[in-house]
Design a protein around this ligand. Structure first.
Ligand SMILES: Nc1nc2c(ncn2[C@@H]2O[C@H](COP(=O)(O)OP(=O)(O)OP(=O)(O)O)[C@@H](O)[C@H]2O)c(=O)[nH]1
Ligand SMILES: [Zn+2]
Length: 355
């Protein structure tokens, strides 16, 4: 497919990750179909589909993809995967091109004929020993990591693993501490201060206005352990969530909920992508350098490290170059401590590797 279709973004040769909003500005005229050259015979098996329309995948269920048409934010169309795509994985958040019956009428079925290159990927391995990784959500700009301040107590091990998955996949992490009516947030805020990321505090008896502002106009994936109040939050942010998702998501119905992610449109624009099935994050696919590259001040220094350095410092990596950089103390030293906590979390070395 890549040989035939070039998007404007691809031809600009921009660096990963690309802002999702740039992507949303594209319309059909941006998808250029390269004219066939005499030397390259056109294949009947690769139709160009110049009449295709753009959509975002909002749900997946047994070989059928629910897609929201770009042109009419909201109109949902059920689609199958065109034969020519073979077994190309298509997940929630993927930008796709559709042909066929895109009316969205009951019993209509469109065909997904193209999947655009992804700007971010939320990946997980079922377990740290499991070599098989899967993309759970594509193209989310942000990962909202939801954890309760009490009942259940914060699981910092889980939060750290989510942070690793975000940094490794090109998503900007945002922390959301719920149930602030039950406990103080100061200690937890302090633990993550050096990471310099947005932190939202919520409680169910107050409007999550600040959080809603943070999410508006963006595509945000949500992860959180059972009981942290994620469903409560989603229902607040997307008042008609149940209506919009029907039986596919059944937000927060516990263990039997489908593991698939589902994208819900926010009233102020943008999407939240709930991931009801994710209760853990295997990180077998993440390398130490994936994590370090999310910390610009350390990424360059890490190139001086011995090959295979895990950047953990003494005793595992005594020759790690990052120690020298942070040796002067101050903010850099604090950031290195945070970075190393994440590296340890990936390596399964943290005390509470609480998944
Ligand atoms: N005190 C307090 N309780 C809350 C708050 N938010 C949610 N809860 C309660 O916490 C429990 C779990 O909330 P849910 O929204 O179902 O949590 P969840 O994370 O979706 O959990 P699952 O449904 O298991 O996925 C419910 O009894 C809620 O009423 C809050 O801000 N404060
Ligand atoms: Zn190192």
């Amino acid at each position: 497919m890549q040989r035939w279709i070039r998007t404007r973004r691809a031809t600009e040769g921009r660096d990963y990750p690309v802002s999702r909003r740039d992507w949303r500005k594209l319309d059909e005229s941006d998808v250029r179909v390269r004219p066939g050259k005499g030397s390259r015979p056109r294949s009947k098996r690769r139709p160009e589909h110049s009449d295709a329309v753009s959509a975002m995948v909002t749900g997946v269920d047994r070989g059928r993809w629910t897609c929201a048409l770009e042109a009419t934010h909201g109109r949902e169309v059920i689609a199958m995967r065109a034969r020519e795509l073979g077994r190309t994985p298509i997940v929630v958040g993927d930008q796709v091109d559709l042909v066929g019956d895109t009316s969205g009428r009951p019993d209509s079925l469109a065909r997904i004929v193209r999947v655009h290159p992804r700007t971010s990927v939320l990946r997980r391995t079922a377990d740290d020993d499991d070599p098989y990784e899967r993309v759970v959500v594509a193209n989310a700009e942000r990962l909202l990591i939801v954890t309760a301040l009490a009942d259940p107590p914060p699981r910092t091990g889980f939060v750290d693993r989510c942070l690793v998955a975000a940094y490794a996949g090109g998503l900007e992490p945002v922390l959301c501490f719920t149930k602030s009516d039950l406990a103080d947030a100061e200690e937890l805020i302090a633990r993550y201060a050096e990471l310099e990321l947005p932190i939202e505090i919520t409680r169910f008896d107050q409007e999550p206005a600040s959080l809603a502002g943070e999410l508006a106009g963006r595509v945000t994936a949500l992860v959180g352990h059972s009981g942290v109040g994620k469903s409560t939050l989603v229902n607040r942010l997307v008042p008609d969530a149940v209506l919009a998702t029907g039986e596919v998501s059944a937000v927060g119905k516990g263990r039997h909920t489908s593991v698939a992610a589902v994208a819900l449109p926010l009233p102020a624009g943008g999407w939240v992508i709930d991931t009801p099935g994710i209760r853990s994050f295997g990180l077998a696919h993440v390398t130490p350098d994936d994590i370090v590259s999310a910390f610009p001040e350390f990424a360059e220094a890490a190139e001086e490290c011995p090959s295979g350095c895990g950047h953990l410092g003494e005793p595992a990596d005594p020759d790690c170059a990052l120690d020298e950089l942070a040796g002067t103390g101050g903010a850099t030293a604090g950031r290195l401590t945070s970075l190393r906590r994440l590296l340890a979390s990936r390596a399964g070395l943290d005390e509470h590797a609480d998944r």
